[in-house]
Each structure stands twice: as C-alpha cells, then as structure tokens.
Design a protein around this ligand. Structure first.
Ligand code: NAP
Length: 253
C-alpha cells in the first residue's frame, strides 16, 4: 500500500478533464471537488443534498474555476435506469468522463452484529457498494471515451482488516476492495481505464465525529490535508497504475 502525501501536483494537473465526485457536498468529497477544480478539472458534483452541492458550486465559481455541474442523486432508491439516464445526460453534455471518485458513504451503526438491524445493513450496502458498482457499469462506456480515465473507490482501514462492531460498513469496504480487484483485472490489457482504492485514513469530518464522539477533532488531518493522493490518483502521474490499494495519509502512530 502506498501513500502520496508529499506529492507536488502541477497547478494545471487536471486541465481539460471531466471528473465526477460522489458525495461532493460535504467532508472529503467537498474538499476533493474544490481541489480538483483548483487544478483545472470540470467537476460534476453528485450528491443527495442539493443545497450543499450548490454551495460547493458557488465556491468553485467564486474562485474562477471551470464551470461545474450539479447532479442530484440519492444512492438509496437509485435504480439502474437512474444510472443509465445519468450516463446519457453526461454523454450529451461532455461526451466522455476522465475521472470518477466514488466517495459518498454511509457509516450505519457501530454496534454488535447480534443487534445489527437488517434494513440498515441493506441501506449501507446500497450506498457504499451496490449503488456505486452499477453506476460504474453505466458509466464505463463514457470512461472508455477518455484517453486516460481514472476510477477511484473510497475504502477504509476496516475494509482491509475487520474490526468488531463495524458491521455493514466494514463489509461494504471489503466488497469495495474485492470489486476493484475484479474490475482492474478485467480491464487490464484491454482498456486504458484504471481503477484503484483509496483509504483516506482518520479525517476531520462529520462521519468521523459520529464514529468517534470522544475524539478531539483537532488531532485529525483535515480533508484538505489529505488531497495530494486524491490528486495523484486522478491525474496523469498515475497513468497505468490499476488494481492497487492506496492510503491518503500514513497510519497514525
Ligand atoms: P461525510 O462527511 O459523512 O460525507 C459523506 C458524503 O456522502 C456526504 O456528502 C453525504 O451527503 C454523501 N452521502 C451519504 N449518503 C448518501 C446517499 N445515500 N446518496 C448520495 N450521497 C450520500 O463523510 P466523509 O468522512 O467525508 O467520508 C467520505 C468517504 O471517506 C466515505 O466513503 C467514508 O466511508 C470514507 N472514509 C472516511 C474516513 C474519515 O475518517 N472521515 C475514514 C475512512 C474512510 P450529505 O452531505 O447529503 O449527507
């Protein structure tokens, strides 16, 4: 596993690239959307809370970044038709997709498995893995239209080693790691699309606060501080790298 926290990106790293970020309204996804736009990308902001997406849109515009697009979508209840309609809309608007950051995620509950609610389990699997994989299937033709497309799935340390009480969240992240191995192996030698997983590590967001209510958030890196690996994976410096696991920050000592 490797980490690119010291990566120094060119200021125009993502110029002329169209990059879709899920969960772009808050936390790490918001920081990724703003960072990608600052490095020249046209960013498609996807999420379920339109007001948050609009705020990110306005920030990008205020900074003079390339005009973004908003794509409202709630992974809960999203159907195959929704994903195919999305692909059609993006095809008409952009004709290709150069980057896809699967970042949206749901924590569910941290609770003993014996008490895990099955409906909540399904919900977490839908948002964290099932929705993203069918969205990827629908968007693959558009990704193939790019000369150098990068797909990044967000993992977690509990997607690489199981931990008591992390239930569906942990299982969904293991599934993410497994899916990326399968897809990367299929695409090898027959496509320029690369696909990797990225574990942000402990980061100062609402999700982390919910998972660790007693922790001092000031001891954690901010989403902005972990962006070098997000940039490296999305830009041309990672061309040809596929099926790998990355960490956005070194493990906490
Ligand atoms: P966050 O602050 O809770 O943000 C999660 C984002 O996902 C929000 O924009 C949220 O939208 C969106 N989302 C949730 N459910 C959705 C749904 N049904 N449909 C569409 N969008 C939905 O979490 P974060 O910490 O930034 O996490 C981002 C990613 O990093 C997640 O995949 C998480 O598992 C992973 N991760 C985080 C940490 C950490 O320490 N923070 C560590 C390891 C992995 P709303 O704003 O509308 O709620």
């Amino acid at each position: 596993m490797s980490c690119k926290i010291d990566y120094q990106p060119a200021s125009n790293l993502l110029e002329n690239r169209v990059v879709l970020v899920t969960g772009a309204g808050d936390g790490i996804g918001r920081a990724a959307a703003l960072t990608y736009a600052r490095h020249g990308a046209t960013v498609i902001l996807l999420g379920r809370t339109i007001a948050k997406l609009e705020r990110v849109y306005d920030e990008i515009e205020a900074e003079g970044g390339p005009q973004p697009a908003i794509f409202p979508l709630n992974f809960e209840g999203a159907t195959l038709k929704d994903f195919h309609d999305m692909a059609e809309t993006l095809d008409k608007e952009f004709g290709r997709l150069d980057g896809l950051l699967h970042n949206a995620g749901l924590l569910g509950r941290i609770t003993p498995f014996e008490q895990y609610n099955p409906a909540l389990w399904e919900q977490v699997m839908q948002v964290n893995i099932n929705g993203p994989i069918w969205m990827t299937q629908a968007l693959l033709p558009l990704l193939q239209q790019s000369a150098d497309a990068s797909v990044v799935f967000t993992s977690s340390s509990v997607g690489r080693k199981g931990r008591a009480y992390w239930g569906a969240y942990s299982v969904s992240k293991f599934a993410t790691e497994g899916f990326v191995e399968v897809l990367a192996d299929e695409l090898e030698n027959q496509s320029t699309v690369r696909v990797n997983t990225l574990n942000p590590g402990a980061t100062r967001t609402q999700m982390r606060r919910t998972a660790y209510p007693g922790e001092d958030p000031l001891t954690l890196r901010t989403p902005e501080e972990i962006m070098p690996t997000y940039l490296w994976l999305m830009g041309p410096d990672s061309t040809g790298v596929s099926g790998q696991k990355f960490d956005a920050q070194p493990p906490r000592g």
